[in-house]
Every structure is written in C-alpha cells, then in structure tokens.
Design a protein around this ligand. Structure first.
Ligand code: ADP
Ligand code: MG
Length: 357
C-alpha cells in the first residue's frame, strides 16, 4: 500500500523520464511529453576537465571549431560511463533544466532513467546518485531496450513475446520480452558511430579523402543503406585530399556506401540472429506474429528492416518516431508507475525506494 502522502505528492509532481543515450539525451515530463532533446556532449577545459563550459547542443557546436583548450566529450560514447563526473554534471543539468521548463514550483520529481544495458552496478549507482543530487525524490533505472520497446508500443507486459533492436550511436541493444521482463538480451558496441567510421575509412582508402565524422554521418543518413534501394543515389562528399593536401569533392554512390557499411551491418544482423537462436521456441513462434521492431536513430538506416525481414523470415519494421522511443517508454512507465514497475531494472526491485545506498 502506498503512503497517502506520496500518492498526493504524485498528483502534483511533474515526473521526469530520461533517455541517457550515447548520442542524444531526451527528457520527457509527465503530462507534457518531450521537453529536451539534445546531443549527449559536454565541453570542458582541456587543462582542467572539471570545468564544464557547455552541455548539449552548445557543446556539440564547439567540436572542431573551438580553440584548442576546449575539448568536447561524449561521456557515454561506448555505452559505458567513461567520464563519471561529467555524466553526473550532464544529468544534473538536464534534470534542473526540465524542472525549470515547467515554470510552476512543483515538488521534487520522480525520475526514471534509461541506461544502456552494458553499464555496471557502480555506474548505475553513480547515475542514480546524480539524479538524487539534482533534486529527484526517487530515481529509478530502466534498461534501454525495455524502455524502447515500451515506447514503441510493444506488448512487453503480456505473455506474448516481442522483440526490439535498438541501434543508437555507441551501442546496439537487442531484447526479447514477455510478461514484463527481458527474456534474452544482447548489447554490442557496434552502432551508428561505427557506421560513420566505416565511411571515413572507405573515403580514405578508396579516394585518399580525409572527411570529418560529421560529413560521414551526413552521407550515412542521406544515402546509407543495408539493402539495395529502389533507386540508387549519389551524393557529394567533401574533405581534404591526403596526397595533395587540398580540399576536394567526390561523388559517391549509395552502392559504394552500402559496401562500406556491409561489415558492420552484417555484425548487427548476426547479433539479431544469435538472439533469435537463444530465444525459447515458444517465443520465437510469437515473434513470427509480433515481428521485430527497429528503434533508435540507427534503426532508421535505409533497407535495414527489409534486410532483417528477408534474413530472419520474420517481419521487421521501424518504430514510429524511432529516436524518441526510449524517452517515451520511460514516460509511459511514469504514467502507469505501479502497474509498470516490474519493467524497471533489477536492482530497483531490491531497492524499492530508489534511494542511493
Ligand atoms: P543513442 O540512443 O545512443 O543516444 P540515438 O538513438 O539518438 O542514439 O541515435 C543516434 C544515431 O542514429 C547516430 O549515430 C545517428 O547518426 C544515427 N541516425 C540518425 N538518423 C539516422 C538515419 N535516418 N539513418 C541512419 N542512421 C541515423
Ligand atoms: Mg538509445
């Protein structure tokens, strides 16, 4: 039975769901929807990394254009928290800002944070502590694939099995769900960033062209694919010729980019296959009906759904609003907190108050 005071507080507090992604951080406020959507970047002083100069879009803008004493960091780049203090600073900043967006003074929020499933217990504690320090009254964690599945509208709490493939910047996470739990899951550090890197390497090897990560990402989003396109495309790619040292522009086709991406795409599809191999047959039978849902920015790679459908003999599709699934999923958990509590990460159940210990 819930404490009646808590119940009353719940009515007034605007609870917050956070997708702490390797590439983007999104904040969902109960009753409002997504109020913050910014890159997970932090700019710090090179000589004194404790000095945070900018967070989010402003920090990302600084990349490659800043005086050399400023470095921009992605503290969650590999799906692990490589920079503890910086992650904490970023999280606190976003929670405080979400609280300010609401304008009216409200009680301290309950916070549900989606974290990559690769993070360790120590890192989980750090995330939770940061949320509490930022003013949360309760901080709960949810595994990203679970949050993504909920956000995508999959029936995770039902007996029928369902599956998500969430491809972010730093990590790809695959999960099979039934009865509110994760039955099988896999996490791997090959995702959107790796695809960008494949394009950088390809440009270098084939054209002696040095291109930026940003240019590579643009090429990937515009003409990258995992399956032949109905109409193949071309795009110009700008960089610096490694031999002459001069700026150069090269026309590149979607066929070439598909070749550049093929190794990483194969690793991702193998991961889906391995997960299916591990899934109990009864649930595989369910998946033949419910299908495989792709989420995250990388899930939108052209032709990936077709490719997975063809290889796995199971219908695959891209979730609506694939980039916001985790944040909306965390939001849905907040909206039906008691009923969906079972979907929170394990250690929450052992520590129901959600307080840091
Ligand atoms: P994370 O959850 O790790 O923060 P996101 O789900 O926000 O990551 O996805 C970011 C990744 O998705 C980036 O690598 C970005 O380049 C990639 N991305 C975004 N849109 C597309 C698209 N249309 N096609 C392919 N990749 C995309
Ligand atoms: Mg994500």
């Amino acid at each position: 039975m819930r404490n009646p005071f808590d119940a009353l507080l719940g009515l007034f507090s605007l609870d917050i769901g956070i997708d702490l992604g390797t590439a983007n951080t999104l904040v969902y406020v109960r009753g409002r929807g997504i109020v913050i959507n910014e890159p997970s970047w932090v700019a710090v002083d090179r000589k004194n990394p404790r000095i945070v100069l900018a967070i989010g879009a402003e920090a990302k803008e600084m990349v490659g254009k800043t005086p050399s004493h400023i470095v921009a960091i992605r503290p969650l780049r590999d799906g692990v928290i490589s920079e503890f203090d910086i992650t904490q600073a970023m999280l606190k900043y976003f929670i405080k800002r979400a609280h300010q967006e609401i304008f009216i003074p409200v009680p301290r929020p309950r916070v549900v944070i989606g974290i990559p499933s690769g993070v360790t217990e120590v890192e989980k504690r750090a995330v939770r502590e940061a949320a509490l320090e930022a003013g949360a009254r309760e901080a709960h964690l949810i595994e990203e694939p679970m949050a993504a599945a909920i956000g995508a509208g999959l029936p995770v709490t039902e007996a029928q099995g369902s599956m998500i493939v969430d491809i972010g910047g730093g990590t790809t996470e695959v999960g099979v769900f039934a009865l509110g739990g994760i039955v099988v899951s896999r996490s791997m550090r090959i995702a959107g960033d790796e695809l960008d890197d494949d394009i950088v390497q390809y440009a270098r090897q084939k054209y002696n062209l040095a291109i930026s990560e940003r240019m590579a990402e643009r090429v990937k989003i515009n003409i990258g694919s995992a399956y032949p396109l109905p109409e193949e495309q071309v795009m110009s790619m700008r960089g610096r010729n490694l031999i002459s040292g001069l700026p150069e522009q090269v026309e590149i086709s979607s066929i070439e980019i598909r070749e550049a991406l093929s190794r990483s795409v194969n690793i991702i599809t193998d991961m889906v296959r391995d997960t299916l191999d591990e899934t109990p047959p009864e649930l595989v039978a369910d998946l033949m009906e419910t299908g495989i849902c792709l989420a995250g920015g990388g899930g939108q790679l052209k032709g990936l759904a077709e490719r997975i459908s063809e290889e796995m003999h199971i219908r695959a599709w891209v979730a609506q609003d694939a980039l916001t699934c985790v944040a909306r999923g965390a939001g849905k958990v907040l909206e039906n907190f008691e009923a969906m509590r079972q979907t929170l990460a394990n250690d929450d159940r052992q520590n129901p108050g959600g307080s840091a210990s």
